[in-house]
Each structure stands twice: as structure tokens, then as C-alpha cells.
Design a binder for this molecule. Structure first.
Ligand SMILES: [Zn+2]
Length: 280
């Protein structure tokens, strides 16, 4: 016997997004992988059997090996070697709700079978940041809410609708410390439909009826938005001292509005887990 390489067998790092029963004994598992994007495979005999153990649990990251013939709609899972179980996400309600919402975003919005390495890394880093957030104390909720805000800012970037933060939509006035100081008395206004802000001059100049979707942005909000967009999720902790001077709710609300307005296929009413993460 020579070592035979099966051309239909593939291997990649993957994270479980969803698991649904299939016929009596099987499951269909949807994952996002590092190089093959989002896809589903059948895990045979995975119900009531120890064949896969915790390998198929939600959020579990592992090295997946599966076989898919060219004309098959679904491939078959061969094996999983767990890299990180993320079990801390399944034992804390707030963390579970947030991780589930991020999975739901990827399930509903990202196309299948398209290489999305950036999104895979963003999701993996977000799960790690959520799991590593302090699990007790009053700041916990804030800390994971900041992870959500940062994820949303980067998710928008990946999907090509990055909010314009650097300058005013109408007059190109750059965001500066002077503008931010002025902004204390005259808040900048964020417009969802244009995914950017208007400076105090343009707000006054227009002498206009306010847009239905505009909202004031404090200097804290705009500085925080610039920070979470710029800094990699892995390094979000370095911003926490600054971020904890304010609250993430306004930015989360703003980023969700931009997402549901600008990304095709995103409809807030379809998101079951959205209610669990929005508290006010
Ligand atoms: Zn302006």
C-alpha cells in the first residue's frame, strides 16, 4: 500500500457556527473556516454517539478534515482535532448571547464557499476576547459590549461599508481635537444613510429639517469609534482604560443601524439573538 492522497479530502481550521439534526442519527454542521469560508458538512452518526464528543459544540475551533466530491452538495466530516473549545462562552449567559449574535451575523450575511480569512480571524479573535473578559464585576458587561462594538466596526469594514470617521461628509473638515472640543457644545451629527458625520458648521449652514436617522455624537463617541476601528481586536484591552470612561451603547446602536441599512440581506427583524444583547 502506498500513501494515497484523496483529492476530495480537505483540511482547514474551522469554528462551529451552527448544528442542526439531520435525519435520525446525523447532524449538519455549519462552520466558518480559515481558507474555505463558510460551508456545511454532514457529521454522520453524531447524534447520541461519542464519535465526535465536544468537537461539534457551538463555537468550538478545531482542525477539520472532510471529504466532498465535486458533484456533492454536502461533504462529510471525517475528523476534528480541537484547538480551542471556547467552553467559557457556553457557561455565561451574556457571553453566550453575544457569541451567538456574532455567529448569527455570519450565518445570515456572509456568502458560502467564499474565502473569508479576514472574517474568520475577526470571529476567532472576538470569541477569544469575549471568553477572556472578566467574568465577574460590574464592568464585565461593558467589556464584552466593547468587543461587540469593535466587532461591528470591523465587520462593516470587511463588508465595504466602513463609516467615514476622519472627516465631515459635506465640507471635508478633518476630525481634530479642536473640532472635538467645539463639539462639547455643538455635537457632531451622525447620519445612518450616509454612514458618516456632519460638523457643527454644516449642521448650522444647512438650516434644514433634521434627517430622521441622524443622531448626536459626543466627542467620546467619535474618539472611541476611531479607536475601535483602528486597533486590532486582539489589542482592544489596551483601549479599555479609555473606553471605560464612557458607555458603548450609543456606538453599538449606531453601528447596528449602519449594518442593517447598508448590508444587503441584513434585516434586524430576522435576528433572534439581537434582543438578548441589547439592554437598556
Ligand atoms: Zn462640515
Amino acid at each position: 500500500m502506498t500513501n494515497h492522497v484523496n483529492p476530495n479530502q480537505k483540511s482547514d481550521l474551522a469554528i462551529v457556527l451552527r448544528s442542526v439534526p439531520y435525519q435520525d442519527k446525523h447532524k449538519i454542521i455549519m462552520v466558518i473556516s480559515q481558507n474555505y469560508g463558510k460551508f456545511s458538512v454532514i457529521a454522520r452518526n453524531s447524534v447520541n454517539s461519542r464519535r465526535f464528543g465536544g468537537q461539534l459544540d457551538l463555537f468550538t475551533a478545531g482542525l477539520w478534515t472532510w471529504t466532498q466530491k465535486p458533484n456533492q452538495e454536502l461533504g462529510f466530516l471525517d475528523s476534528v482535532e480541537i484547538k480551542r473549545s471556547f467552553e467559557g462562552l457556553r457557561t455565561d449567559f451574556d457571553k453566550l448571547a453575544l457569541a451567538s449574535f456574532l455567529a448569527e451575523l455570519i450565518i445570515k450575511i456572509s456568502p458560502e464557499h467564499l474565502n473569508q480569512t479576514e472574517l474568520f480571524k475577526l470571529y476567532a479573535n472576538a470569541l477569544a476576547a469575549i471568553e477572556e473578559s472578566h467574568s465577574s464585576g460590574a464592568t464585565t458587561t461593558h467589556e464584552i459590549q466593547w468587543v461587540l462594538a469593535a466587532f461591528l466596526a470591523k465587520f462593516l469594514q470587511i463588508n465595504g461599508v466602513q463609516p467615514q470617521i476622519a472627516k465631515c461628509l459635506d465640507c471635508d473638515t478633518m476630525l481634530s481635537s479642536e473640532l472635538v472640543t467645539k463639539n462639547l457644545s455643538q455635537p457632531l451629527r451622525f447620519l445612518t444613510h450616509r454612514a458618516g458625520w456632519l460638523c457643527p458648521n454644516c449642521i448650522v449652514l444647512h438650516d434644514r429639517t433634521p434627517f430622521a436617522d441622524e443622531q448626536p455624537l459626543t466627542s467620546f463617541d467619535i474618539t472611541a469609534l476611531a479607536g475601535i476601528t483602528e486597533v486590532p481586536l486582539k489589542e482592544l484591552k489596551t483601549l479599555l482604560e479609555f473606553l471605560n470612561q464612557g458607555k458603548p451603547e450609543t456606538l453599538i446602536d449606531l453601528l447596528l443601524k449602519v449594518l442593517f441599512y447598508h448590508i444587503p440581506g441584513a434585516d434586524s427583524s430576522q435576528f433572534k439573538s439581537l434582543g438578548l444583547i441589547q439592554k437598556s
